[in-house]
Design a protein around this ligand. Structure first.
Ligand SMILES: Cc1cc2nc3c(=O)[nH]c(=O)nc-3n(C[C@H](O)[C@H](O)[C@H](O)COP(=O)(O)OP(=O)(O)OC[C@H]3O[C@@H](n4cnc5c(N)ncnc54)[C@H](O)[C@@H]3O)c2cc1C
Length: 512
C-alpha cells in the first residue's frame, strides 16, 4: 500500500555543507584507520627502478622552487588512498604548476629510471593514485588554471588539477555545468576524472567522458608534450588519440590540460526519493521513468536497505521519511521548462502509485532539500569506511541481474562472523552496481571468499569487472575476465610505445 507522496520544499531547512569541509571531517575521523603497507599485504615485487638520492631531490627542488614535500609525515596522506585500502611509502611529492614542469620532471625520471605515480585529488577507489612502493608522487593540485569558458559553445578549457566542484561553480556563472557529478566532487581533479573516465551520477543523461572531452594535452613518459587540445565538436583527422588517455589511469602519460563540452545548467531540477518493496518493483519503476520522463531523466540511483543504514547509522543522516524500506530510488529530472517537467513528473508518479510500485515517496523541488537527499547517496563511500575496512567492487551487469550478486554473496559470506554488511547500491540507470563487503578490519579469509568469485560471476553474466572506477592496483590480474587476450596484448604494446621503460604508474592497470 502506498503510504504517501509528498511534495517537499522545506523538509531539510538546514544549509548543506560544502564538499571540501565534509571531506576534511572525514579524513580527521579516519586518521586511526591507517592501512598496512601494500608491499606487505599483497604479493608484489618492487621493479628495477632507481632509489631516490640527494641529487635527484636537489634537481626537483631547483626545478620546482621548493614545491616538493620530502618530510615522511607530511607525505603520509599522499601515500594512502581515500578508502584506506592501500599504502605506499614515497618520500617525495612533487607539485608542478605548468606543463613544462611536468615535462622536465618526466624527462628526468625517464632518464634516471625513477618510477612516478601521477596523482590528482587521490579519491580513486582502486588503489591507482598512490604508490605501491616508493614511486615519486606527481600531484596536480597546483595546476588549477581555468583558461576559458565559452558561454556560447559551452566549451571549458582548463588545467588538469582543477577541482570538479570549482569548475562547476565557475561554469554556473555562465549558465553552464560540468557534464559529470560525483560524490568526490569537492576533492577530485578534472585530470583524475579524465584519467579514470569517471562516470558518476549524471552519466545517464550527459554521457561519458569519451563523448564530452573534446581534447587533452598530455605528457609522455619521456617528457614529450602531446597537444591534442582540440576544442572542436567534430574533427575526423585520423586516429582519435585523446581517447587513449581517457581512462588510461596514468600509465600512458600525464594529462595536463582538458577541453570539455559542458551542457547548459538545467532551469528546472526535481528529485523523487522513493521507498520500494522489492527489486522487481525497482525494475518496473525504472522502465516507467524512462518511458514517462524521456529526455528529462538525468539520474536513476538505487540504494538497498543495508547500504542506507550506512548513511543513517554511521553518518547520522536523516531519511526524508521515518520508515525503512528494502530499496530506495533517487530519480532526478533536468529540464528547461518547469511546467513541462512537472507535467511529466506528475504522470510518472501517478502511474507508479496507481500500480502500487512504491511504498512511500517524496518529490523535492527546493535546492536545499535536493542537496540534503543527495547527501544520503553521495556520502555512502565515506560511511562505509567508518565500518572499518571495505571491500568495494564496481560492476556492470545486465539490468535484470543488476542486484543478483548481492544475495548470492550474502549467502556465500554468511558464516563469517567478522563481516558487518554485504550490500549494494549504484547507478541503476547505467546498469552499474557498487557492491560492498564491510568488516572491522582487512581479512585475507574474507578476501579469498570474495575474489575471484565476484569476477567469475560477473564474467559469466557478460558484465564488466570495472564499470567506472578503473583497474588501478587492485584489479590488473583480473582484467582477462572482461578483456580478450588479443586486446590485452594490444594494451601492453601501447604501454611499451608510450612508456618503454615502464616508469609511469607501475604495477597498475596492465596484468603482470
Ligand atoms: C565519495 C566518492 C564518490 C565517488 N563516486 C564516483 C562515481 O560516482 N563515479 C566514478 O567514476 N568514480 C567515483 N569515485 C572515484 C573517484 O572519485 C574517481 O575515480 C575520480 O575520477 C578520481 O579523480 P582524482 O582526481 O581523485 O584522481 P586520483 O584518485 O588522484 O587518481 C585516479 C587515477 O588517475 C591517475 N591520474 C590522476 N590524475 C592524472 C593526470 N592528470 N594524468 C594522468 N593520470 C592521472 C592516477 O594515477 C590514478 O591511477 C568516487 C570516489 C569517492 C571517494
Amino acid at each position: 500500500m502506498i503510504r504517501c507522496l509528498r511534495i517537499s520544499t522545506t523538509m531539510f531547512a538546514k544549509k548543506s555543507i560544502p564538499g571540501t569541509i565534509l571531506f576534511k571531517r572525514y579524513f580527521d575521523r579516519c586518521l586511526s584507520n591507517i592501512p598496512e603497507l601494500t608491499k606487505n599485504r599483497y604479493p608484489v615485487n618492487r621493479g628495477d627502478y632507481a632509489i631516490l638520492n640527494d641529487n635527484h631531490v636537489q634537481f626537483f627542488k631547483n626545478l620546482l622552487d621548493n614545491r616538493i614535500i620530502t618530510d615522511p609525515d607530511e607525505c603520509e596522506s599522499y601515500n594512502i588512498d581515500w578508502i584506506k585500502n592501500v599504502r605506499g611509502y614515497s618520500t617525495c611529492v612533487l607539485k608542478p604548476k605548468t606543463t613544462e614542469e611536468v615535462s622536465k620532471i618526466l624527462a628526468f625520471c625517464n632518464e634516471n629510471r625513477i618510477a612516478v605515480c601521477p596523482q590528482g585529488g587521490n579519491t580513486g577507489l582502486v588503489g591507482g593514485s598512490v604508490p605501491v612502493f616508493d614511486e615519486v608522487i606527481l600531484n596536480t593540485s597546483l595546476m588549477r588554471t581555468i583558461y576559458n569558458i565559452n558561454g556560447t559553445s559551452g566549451v571549458l578549457i582548463c588545467q588538469a588539477g582543477c577541482v570538479l566542484e570549482d569548475l562547476d561553480n565557475a561554469l554556473a556563472e555562465h549558465g553552464l555545468m560540468m557534464p559529470l557529478d560525483l560524490g568526490a566532487k569537492g576533492l577530485c581533479h578534472i585530470g583524475g576524472n579524465v584519467a579514470t573516465n569517471a562516470g558518476g551520477l549524471r552519466l545517464l543523461r550527459y554521457g561519458n567522458l569519451h563523448g564530452s572531452v573534446l581534447g587533452v594535452e598530455a605528457v609522455k613518459a619521456d617528457g614529450q608534450i602531446i597537444d591534442l587540445l582540440s576544442a572542436l565538436k567534430k574533427d575526423n583527422t585520423g586516429f582519435h588519440l585523446k581517447h587513449l588517455f581517457i581512462g588510461s589511469e596514468g600509465v600512458l602519460g600525464i594529462i595536463t590540460k582538458v577541453a570539455i563540452q559542458c551542457p547548459p545548467k538545467p532551469l528546472a531540477i526535481n528529485l523523487a526519493f522513493l521507498g520500494l518493496p522489492s527489486f522487481k518493483h525497482v525494475l518496473k519503476v525504472l522502465k516507467q521513468a524512462k518511458r514517462d520522463l524521456g529526455e528529462i531523466l538525468a539520474s536513476c540511483e538505487l540504494i538497498d536497505q543495508s547500504t542506507m543504514r550506512v548513511s543513517t547509522e554511521n553518518l547520522k543522516l536523516r531519511l526524508p521519511f521515518p520508515e525503512e524500506y528494502p530499496f530506495y530510488m533517487l530519480i532526478e529530472s533536468h529540464g528547461s521548462n518547469t511546467v513541462h517537467d512537472e507535467e511529466k513528473l506528475t504522470v510518472f508518479l501517478e502511474e507508479i502509485m496507481k500500480n502500487e510500485l512504491i511504498l512511500n515517496g517524496i518529490l523535492a523541488k527546493a535546492p536545499s532539500t535536493i542537496r540534503k537527499i543527495w547527501e544520503l547517496r553521495e556520502r555512502l563511500t565515506e560511511g562505509f569506511v567508518l565500518d572499518g575496512y571495505v571491500f568495494k567492487y564496481d560492476i556492470s551487469l545486465p539490468i535484470e541481474n543488476f542486484y543478483s550478486l548481492v544475495p548470492v554473496m550474502q549467502e556465500r559470506l554468511s558464516g563469517l562472523k567478522d563481516v558487518i554488511r554485504v550490500s549494494g547500491y549504484g547507478h541503476l540507470g547505467d546498469g552499474n552496481i557498487h557492491f560492498q563487503v564491510s568488516c572491522r578490519e582487512f581479512s585475507q579469509e574474507i578476501l579469498q571468499k570474495i575474489e575471484p568469485f565476484v569476477y567469475e560471476y560477473t564474467s559469466k553474466l557478460r558484465g564488466s569487472i570495472s564499470a567506472e572506477h578503473g583497474i588501478g592496483f587492485r584489479k590488473p590480474k583480473y582484467v582477462h575476465y572482461s578483456k580478450s587476450p588479443e586486446s590485452i596484448v594490444i594494451m601492453k604494446q601501447l604501454k611499451t610505445l608510450f612508456d618503454p621503460k615502464g616508469i609511469l604508474n607501475p604495477y597498475k592497470v596492465l596484468p603482470p
